[in-house]
Design a protein around this ligand. Structure first.
Ligand SMILES: NC(=O)c1ccc[n+]([C@@H]2O[C@H](COP(=O)([O-])OP(=O)(O)OC[C@H]3O[C@@H](n4cnc5c(N)ncnc54)[C@H](O)[C@@H]3O)[C@@H](O)[C@H]2O)c1
Ligand SMILES: O=C(O)CC[C@@H](O)C(=O)O
Length: 527
């Protein structure tokens, strides 16, 4: 008998795959304290949650019998994925079930914000017949800026078109074809922020999206802009939003999600221009039923040896295969992440080539890891070895895996090449005895650098002073150089610098480097 603990409220109707299956005992125990959860979790084989239960490393460690965690929803921020993976616990989610509800909630918030509906209702409840204080604005003819055009962002864009709004969107994976199909204009993130009369965010919360709308961004927005966040708290800097509303730059904000939840005692809630809901985007009968069906179905599939539909972390790799290829998994992930930072256009093809010792191995898990590293810096932690290929297919990226006997003198060589409309980029790595992973080639240049932390890849003309100017500029930016390598194709011709530095090189510093004489391109790489 498999024991399943449901620790957040799940739709009873949606739980039918589990309730009807043989061999499962389901305990629904919501509102448990942390201590109670820690006490009970060792008895369970499966745990089903929404966004309230914090499935942290401590809970996972205590879950000695747990095999699978089901997240009835999209975001997996409340689950410590690395801890679950380390403990061999499969995590599944329900990525599609609440898309429609979240999009509808976003539109409800947008309209309520434009017409001051919550404020007017509150006034009426207080027995005031006040019509002057609640004059709104129309949506028709206004521009909606959408940041993140994935499942929910795309649904919101379509609905906004129905309201006769103009839609401009930014998403690093937005293709011309998708933009055309949705009838949205494509822009850079700065263009979208500057163009919107209304702005709505629909990205995951990642390092890149944390405080995406912060003090600097508010400065470039249109005066009187309205802001909506039904994605994740933290994408908007709440303190900066408060200041922007008080200063009059932002006319109002509609928030469903917050940096810290529950969110009940915050200065933003004191502002009349702010309307808010307690993380209700997915809270409809329909969405809750579908997400519950999806995770319950996957739990049953897992325990009856069928492939699960929505895995979030690990696939099962046979132990003997894993032992041989394990050292290359991390190298692949780093190379994937490295090449993502070199991509300056939509990536259409992603090729992984293996040579030397790697030729004789089943390398598909390395390819999946490499692809994961490539996609993760854009799509977040929900991309893993299991689902990376699906994500690539969805994005229209062709993935190939090749083997060759040409290992260029290395015992083993792993090469990742991306193809974009604007050109190709390539990076190779190997494992050196005693030295661990190394990047040994970038495009056609030989390098030797450990794939870690903060790197800077610069293309320049082989001219006197070019290296000095880079050194001076980094010094002005208070960025210390740890190692530096220089290579050139021919005297006076194309050349490269590969630097490892002691801290993150931000976009402003990169732009300064790009403007230097003889510098053709500069890319900061975070591994
Ligand atoms: N309020 C709620 O109850 C609720 C309900 C469902 C989902 N959500 C949240 O909504 C968000 C979107 O969910 P989804 O299902 O559409 O996810 P999705 O993965 O389909 O879409 C996310 C999109 O963000 C894009 N993106 C990543 N980094 C970006 C960046 N720096 N700038 C711009 N775009 C970037 C990705 O390319 C992707 O297309 C998630 O944060 C999810 O957790 C909230
Ligand atoms: O469980 C919920 O209601 C929130 C879900 C939502 O934030 C998600 O990411 O799917």
């Amino acid at each position: 008998m498999y024991k399943v603990l449901v620790s957040d409220p799940l739709s009873k109707e949606g739980m039918h795959p589990l309730l009807e299956a043989e061999g499962f005992k389901v305990d629904v125990q919501t509102n448990l304290t942390k201590e109670e959860l820690l006490d009970r979790i060792p008895n369970y084989d499966a745990l089903l949650v929404r966004s309230q239960t914090q499935v942290d490393a401590e809970l996972i460690q205590a879950a000695t019998r747990l095999k699978i965690i089901g997240r009835a929803g999209v975001g997996i921020d409340n689950i410590d994925l690395s801890a679950a993976t380390e403990q061999g616990i499969l995590v599944v989610n329900a990525p599609d079930g609440n898309t429609n509800s979240a999009a509808e909630h976003t539109m409800a918030m947008l309209m309520a914000l434009a017409r001051n509906i919550p404020q007017a209702f509150l006034s009426l409840k207080n027995k005031q017949w006040d019509r002057k204080s609640f004059i709104g604005v129309e949506l028709k003819g206004k521009t909606l800026g959408v940041i993140g055009l994935g499942r929910i962002g795309a649904e919101v864009a379509q609905r906004a078109k129905g309201q006769r709004m103009n839609v401009i969107a930014y998403d690093p994976f937005l293709t011309d074809a998708k933009a055309e199909k949705l009838g949205v204009q494509m822009g850079t993130v700065q263009e979208v922020i500057a163009a919107g009369d209304f702005l709505t965010v629909h990205t995951p919360l990642l390092k890149e999206t944390k405080h995406l709308l912060g003090t600097e961004a508010f400065k470039t927005m249109k005066p009187g802009v309205h802001i909506v966040n039904c994605a994740r708290g933290g994408i908007i800097d709440e303190d900066a939003l408060y200041d922007a509303i008080v200063s009059g730059k932002v006319a109002g904000a509609a928030l469903d999600v917050f940096e810290v939840e529950p969110f009940v005692d915050h200065k933003l809630l004191e502002l009349p221009q702010v309307i808010a809901t307690p993380h209700l985007g997915a809270s409809t009968i329909e969405a809750q039923e579908v997400v519950a069906v999806d995770v319950c179905d996957d739990v049953v599939r897992y325990f009856t040896n069928q492939a699960v539909k929505n895995p979030v972390n690990l696939s099962a790799v046979p132990k003997e295969v894993l032992k041989k290829i394990e050292p290359y998994l991390l190298l692949g992930e780093k190379l994937g992440s490295f090449i993502q930072d070199l991509a300056d256009d939509m990536v259409e093809e992603f090729h992984v080539t293996y040579s030397g010792d790697l030729q004789d191995l089943d390398v598909s898990p390395i390819t999946r890891n490499t692809l994961k590293g490539f996609l993760r810096s854009r799509l977040g932690e929900s991309v893993n070895e299991v689902n990376a290929k699906l994500f690539a297919d969805r994005l229209g990226v062709t993935v190939t895996e090749q083997k060759t006997s040409q290992s260029k003198g290395f015992t083993s060589l792993l090469t990742v090449e991306i193809v974009m409309k604007t050109g190709r980029r390539k990076v190779s790595g190997t494992l050196l005895n005693g030295l661990g992973a190394r990047i040994v080639r970038v495009d056609d240049f030989i390098v030797d650098v450990a794939p870690e932390a903060h790197l800077l890849f610069i293309r320049h003309k082989d001219q006197p002073g070019a290296i000095g100017r880079v050194g001076m500029t980094l010094a002005e930016e208070r960025i210390n150089i740890a190692t530096m390598q220089v290579g050139r194709a021919e005297k006076g011709g194309a050349a490269i610098m590969m630097l490892s530095v002691d801290k993150y090189v931000g976009p402003t510093s990169v732009e300064k480097l790009k403007r230097l004489d003889d510098i053709e391109d500069a890319q900061a790489i975070e591994l």
